[in-house]
Design a protein around this ligand. Structure first.
Ligand SMILES: [Zn+2]
Length: 415
């Protein structure tokens, strides 16, 4: 019985479309449902309605994380958990986060309706403020749950109007009591948010890691000078350094293999006048790689090149890291449960790393965790045009179902 069980893909799809109506951006399939707004509450309330249909225990913790639990036959055992987020970017889509929450609920619904026995409880969590756009700390709810951030730090975060997280949790009646962060295993199912699975024509991404990533600011000083009278050889021009630094950085990126990422997203000059040699240049570099050794090499090569090029041109330079996220190797045992589920279901698949941060990164610091990806159209996400197919949505949820059942230590009688 357990091996033959499948989720109801059309029910899952209809629920995705129903939540997608909340905060719909007119004339698009996109949504604006930022964290702890009325729209966010409405989507959570609808989630609770569906969870209560299968008699889940509903709980809200001290940062508004909402969870629905299907209690196992041995409730004292740690649960097998899954989850994601219902909040969106200001111009977000219908799938980023929402899919992981509703697929988790679909898994619980399928198990409840088929009377599949499980001794570990099964829990799906809606994490608060994953996107970090209204309150500017991404993955906030999972950070508090996993002890990486105190509730007080999170409560004090304010949006641009000065409204705090605590104000909104109280207003929306989503402020509960602290819970202990515990689970036997955790999974997060998500759209890839990149183009790899679609390009490789694979249905499932077995996510093994999250890449190391960091952002750096470079400031090079020059001397402002008139564009006409000042001979080229007599200029202290920081752009001369940039002209040599950029090819070097791109070369390091290419040399680090297909998984290396070098992005120069901001370049600013002072005073920014079209006929003045800039007195100062600032640019940022975003560096990423899934393998720690290669990542560290990318960072050290970049710093070395920037410093030596500026020294050669006799231009003072400051370079420093202003944001860093350590990469994550997901739990082998959880990854193995996903691999077994994919093999059992016969979906095309590949191992993949995550290029973005997810709640699963925080969860992984406390309990064994891994992730599952499905393709999204053209790799587009954080965009009203974000789209996935019903068949991929169904496949991913079936993988989640069997991975969770594998970890829930089900009874032999289910076989
Ligand atoms: Zn997400």
């Amino acid at each position: 019985m357990q091996n033959k069980i499948r989720i109801n893909g059309s029910r899952l799809w209809q629920r995705l479309m129903a939540i997608g109506e909340i905060g719909r951006i007119a004339g698009t399939t996109g949504c604006d449902r930022q964290a702890l707004t009325d729209g966010d509450k409405a989507s959570r309330d609808l989630f609770i309605t569906w969870a209560e249909e299968i008699d889940c225990e509903i709980a809200i913790d001290n940062i508004g994380n909402l969870s629905a639990t299907l209690v196992g036959s041995e409730p004292e055992l740690p649960p097998v958990i899954t989850g994601s987020h219902l909040d969106t970017q200001p111009t977000g889509g219908m799938f980023d986060g929402i899919y992981g929450c509703l697929a988790g609920l679909e898994v619980l619904t399928t198990i409840a309706q088929n009377n599949i026995k499980h001794n570990h409880s099964l829990k799906v969590t809606v994490w608060t403020n994953e996107e970090g756009c209204r309150f500017k700390t991404a993955m906030m709810g999972s950070a508090v749950w996993s002890g990486m951030m105190t509730p007080e730090e999170a409560y004090a975060l304010c949006d641009d109007n000065g409204t705090s997280v605590l104000d909104e949790l109280k207003r929306l009646e989503y402020l509960g009591a602290p819970v202990k962060a515990t689970a036997k295993a955790a999974f997060e199912l998500h759209i890839e948010q990149g183009p790899v699975l679609e390009q490789q024509d694979k249905t499932i991404g077995v996510v093994t890691s999250v890449q190391h990533m960091s952002r750096h600011k470079v400031t090079i000083s020059g001397v402002e000078a008139h564009a006409g009278p000042t001979p080229m050889s007599m200029r202290k021009d920081p752009i001369k350094a940039l002209a040599k630094i950029l090819p070097a950085l791109y070369e390091f990126g290419n040399d680090s293999g297909v998984d290396g990422r070098v992005t120069i997203g901001q370049i600013e000059t002072y005073p920014g006048s079209n006929n003045t040699v800039p007195g100062e240049l600032m640019f940022t570099i975003d560096l990423r790689h899934p393998i720690e050794e290669n990542y560290k090499q990318l960072v050290s090569q970049s710093y070395k090149a920037i410093k030596s090029i500026c020294e050669e041109l006799n231009l003072p330079v400051e370079v420093g890291c202003f944001w860093h996220s350590h990469g994550i190797e997901f739990d082998k045992n959880c990854v193995n449960s996903v691999e077994k589920a994919v093999a059992h279901l016969g979906y095309s698949n590949m191992e993949i790393f995550s290029g973005a941060g997810h709640d699963a990164c925080n969860v992984a610091s406390v309990v064994p965790t891994s992730m599952i990806f499905i393709p999204c159209k053209d790799g587009i996400s954080h965009n009203v045009n974000e789209m996935a197919t019903e068949s991929d949505v169904t496949a991913g949820a079936n993988v989640l179902l069997h991975a969770m059942l594998d970890q829930a230590n089900t009874f032999a009688s289910n076989e």
